[in-house]
Design a protein around this ligand. Structure first.
Ligand code: ZN
Length: 140
């Protein structure tokens, strides 16, 4: 699963000059490979020209978007750390609007009553542990 990519391949990826199947494989690897992600981001940040930014490529093809399930787990903070890093990178650094919209949607669902049992437990625990620190509503 953990494939290795040369610097040249990563450069080619950013230039969209990589073979389609290799590109797809790389994007697939990016989902769970924080080190690969960092290498790619480092190359990208060293480039002066923003034309070939990762963000642009990723916004155009949503191949590397986390699944809705992963986004949900991210919100609940039950995602593996490396996956969590990826989602943060993807939505905040890359600024994928598609996933941001998805996250907003999921946040609203979580705020409503459609909570999974696990979420309810986590929220209760949060409220119990922080109840003493919360100001009464009228003071906010
Ligand atoms: Zn996305």
């Amino acid at each position: 699963m953990s494939e290795t990519y040369t610097q040249a391949e990563l450069e080619a990826y950013l230039d969209e000059a990589l073979a389609v199947d290799r590109m797809a494989a790389l994007e697939n690897s990016l989902r769970g490979d924080g080190e690969l992600l960092r290498r790619l981001a480092a190359i990208n940040s060293q480039r002066d020209c923003g034309v070939h930014s990762i963000g642009e490529i990723w916004r155009r093809s949503r191949l590397t978007c986390p699944t809705r399930e992963q986004l949900g787990s991210y919100l609940l903070q039950v995602l593996l750390e490396e996956h969590s890093d990826y989602v943060r990178f993807h939505t905040e650094t890359i600024g994928c609007r598609y996933c941001q919209a998805n996250l907003d949607d999921l946040r609203q669902a979580t705020a409503g009553s459609e909570l999974e049992p696990e979420v309810g437990t986590r929220r209760r625990r949060y409220f119990q542990s922080s109840a003493g620190h919360l100001k009464p509503a009228h003071q906010r």
